[in-house]
Structure formats: C-alpha cells, structure tokens
Write a protein that binds this ligand. Structure first.
Ligand code: ATP
Ligand code: MG
Length: 415
C-alpha cells in the first residue's frame, strides 16, 4: 500500500511529542499503526493531534509510507484528523501498576483493549467457530432450548428461582432433558448456551453463569460420544494452530497441534492409581479436588475417567448392563480440571422411573419429560462441555474470570 491514501479508525495507544513531530500509535482490534505528523509538512493534522490523549478514538486519512524504523515497517502520514470520541476521565487501568482482576472486570470494555486480553477472546471466538464447524460437518443440528424452566433437571437444589408472571420458575442448570427429548426426532443435536448454577462458589473454576456446549446423539453409546469429543477437541487445537498463532504467542501458550491420544482410565483404575500413590480414597465417592490433582499430575494431557459408580451420577445415566453398580459415564479431564461430563442415557421410561425413585426424586414432577419415552425413544448418549473451562486451558489461564467477558459469581452482578 506504499503511497496509497487510506482512512483508519482506532484508539490512541500512545502519543509522543518531540519538537515539531508527533508520533502516535493508533490501535484497533487487529493491531497497531504508527502515525507521524510533522508541523511543517502536515500543519492541519499536526494541529488536530496536538490535543489528543491516550484512548481517544480517531479517524485519520493519510498516506501510507514504507518506513523501516517504524514498528511494523510502515507508517501513516496524516492529512486529515477527526477526533470522534475523547477519553474524558483519567484511565483507571494503568498497565504499569498491574491492576488486579476485580478492577479490570469493573472496567471490562477498557480492559479488552489490552492486546493480551483481546487475544483470549479472539481464541474464544475461533474455538467456538471450530466446535460449530466440526459438529455441523458431522451432521448435528444446532438447537436452542428454554432457559426459563419449571423444575430442576436433576433435582439439585442449586437453582436460581425467578418470578414467572405469578408462578415460581427457575433458570436452567442444563439443557439435559430437552436435548435428550430432541434425539427422538432430530437425532443429532447440539446447543451452545448459558447454564446457571446457584452454588456459593469460591473457586477459580466455577461461575454462576457459564456457557455449555451440549451434544446429544441417537443410536450411539458413551464410547461413541467420547470418540466424538476427542475428535472435536483435536479439531479445535488444529484450527487454533492454523488461525490464531499470533494470539497464542501473545499469551505465551504452546498448544499441541494434535492432543491425541487421550487416555481412558476407568474409575476403578483411577482409584488403583491413587491408592498406589498413598492417597486415601473410598469406592463410590466423587473424587476430591486433592485426588483429582494427584491423578492429573500423573496422567498427561486430556484424559477420560469412565465407568463411575452409578450412585455418583445423575438419574438419567445408564447403569452398565450386567453390573448396575457401575455406569456408562465419563468425565473428561485435563490435569485436575473437569471439562465435560457425559454418558449413555437410559432410554426406557420404566428404568428412568426406577432410577428417579432410587435418587429420591418424584417421577410425577418429571412427567412432562417421561412422556416423551412412550413413543419410540431411541437409545442415545451425549455430553456437556464447559466452554469456559476449555478456554482456560486453551489460553493458559488459571482463573475462569479471565475467559468470560462479563463473569457472574456470588460477588459479581455488574457490569
Ligand atoms: P464440577 O464438579 O467441576 O463443579 P459438575 O460435575 O457439577 O462440575 P456438570 O453438571 O457435569 O458439572 O456440567 C458439565 C460441565 O459444565 C462441567 O464439566 C464443567 O466444564 C461445566 N460447568 C458446570 N458447572 C460449572 C460452573 N459452575 N462453572 C464453570 N463450569 C461449569
Ligand atoms: Mg460433571
């Protein structure tokens, strides 16, 4: 473009005045550009730039000029400058004082102008695109299920209640039952949507509202959906390697281009490994954070823990035929971080009712759901993947708040 006349819009990243010259770095989402105005050569533009400050938003028309010494080998010689918006207050986020996450979240839109923060959300967008592309290619239909619901999916207490006209309703903790019903006609479905959890979380990996990638497929078992999930994650890695190299570099993250193979270990094997390393774990329980940390330190990369005790999983998970104390279920892990849970589902009404009772849930409050099982419900399996947890991993972040634009937790409801 050397010699071409262009118009650029962007924020002032920095401005330096040196005698009769103003050097300005203009930045937009895609990068930065040096603008150099000489008092002698470009008097009108020089005058307009004299008053600008960091974070002002400008439109500049000028000539592109090849310039070896400029940061990107090119600079803009301005002819006309319009200040479209000024930054009227003192900037609360000074990169030199390294503001903490809370302060940054209070000023999130401004925080996002930081190239490293921006890189996280470019990766998030690309990962989401890769997931969608992968599932569309495999013949899945994207669906949207309601988020305002009448009762708990799994009977758990951790729901946000709300007033629905004159009735009590809740925010959905999962699209689980809806996606299962949909396999009876749509066969292969997925949904990317919010799920709401009302526990009093105080960890770096829990939020009250997160984005879930839910997948459900007719005519398959947990074995098939584990393979699907494995291939989907591999596709995300490949896509990011192909299209987000700069962003990964900005974050100093090195992702394997192909993260396979991913080990599968049964719950019993996991317990064996933990016991052999001196951990105290008893059969039948969910694995504690300490146990998962231990296991995660012993198994590299992504891995599956399969065949959990039936009692530790929700009512809709299918017990293993011939060994009903174990279930056709899995958790998908990386280190000690749980990324997804899934399994083969029960597809007979009778069996579901039995499991609901065993879980001390009232089958009558699930009648609207059980009804669907009276008319040729295919066997099916699926999983729910926490998109935010996956993003923590893909962007090398320890705190889930870093990968969610406007996070919600027990202490945060704004912005
Ligand atoms: P955890 O045991 O880590 O609290 P979970 O087993 O309760 O998770 P599931 O109901 O299995 O979660 O939900 C499926 C996936 O959704 C999880 O593997 C996780 O990636 C994500 N997820 C669920 N709840 C949260 C939350 N509060 N914050 C962040 N991610 C979540
Ligand atoms: Mg889980």
């Amino acid at each position: 473009l050397d010699g071409a006349v262009v118009t650029v819009l962007g924020w002032v990243q920095s401005v330096r005045r040196q005698g009769g010259v103003i050097f300005l770095i203009l930045r937009d989402r895609e990068g930065s550009l040096q603008v150099t105005a000489h008092k002698e050569g470009e008097p009108t533009a020089f005058k307009a730039l004299e008053g600008v400050d960091e974070h002002d938003y400008l439109a500049i028309r000028g000539w592109v000029s090849r310039m070896e010494k400029a940061p990107r080998g090119v600079e803009l010689v301005p002819a006309e400058v319009k200040v479209l918006a000024t930054s009227t207050r003192k900037i609360p986020l000074n990169p030199r004082t390294r503001p903490g996450i809370d302060k940054r979240l209070d000023f999130r839109s401004l925080d996002l102008r930081n190239p490293k923060v921006l890189a996280i959300f470019k990766i998030r967008s690309s990962a989401l695109q890769a997931i969608r592309t992968f599932l569309y290619d495999r013949g899945f239909l994207e669906v949207n299920s309601p988020k305002i619901i009448a009762s708990a999916t799994e009977g758990g207490a951790a729901l946000f209640p709300l007033l629905f006209y004159n009735k009590e309703a809740f925010l959905a903790q999962s699209p689980q039952l809806y996606k299962e019903q949909l396999t009876a006609a749509l066969e292969k479905v997925f949904e990317v949507g919010p799920i709401f959890r009302a526990e009093q979380f105080r960890t770096l990996r829990h939020l009250s509202e997160v984005t879930s990638v839910d997948v459900e497929e007719a005519g398959v078992t947990y074995d098939d959906v584990m393979r699907l999930l494995e291939e989907m994650i591999a596709h995300v890695h490949k896509s990011l390697a192909d299209s987000n190299g700069d962003d990964l570099e900005a974050l100093e993250v090195k992702l394997p281009r192909d993260p396979r193979p991913m080990r599968r270990c049964t719950y019993d094997e996991a317990l064996g490994i933990l016991k052999s390393k001196g951990s105290k774990v008893s059969w039948g329980e969910d694995l504690s954070t300490a146990a998962l940390e231990k296991l995660g330190s012993l198994i590299p990369g992504y891995f599956f823990i399969t065949d959990w005790p039936t009692a530790s999983k929700p009512f809709y998970i299918r017990p293993k035929p011939g060994n009903p104390d174990l279930s056709e279920s899995f958790d998908f892990m990386h280190g000690s971080l749980e990324l997804a849970s899934g399994g083969t589902r029960i597809s007979s009404r009778k069996h579901l009712v039995q499991r609901l009772k065993e879980k001390r849930l009232n089958p009558r409050s699930f009648e609207y759901h059980l009804r669907a099982y009276d008319y040729g419900m295919p066997p099916h399996a699926g999983f729910g993947l926490g998109l935010d947890r996956l993003l923590m991993l893909l962007t090398g972040q320890e705190n889930i708040r870093e990968v969610v634009l406007f996070p919600r937790d027990p202490k945060r409801l704004t912005p």
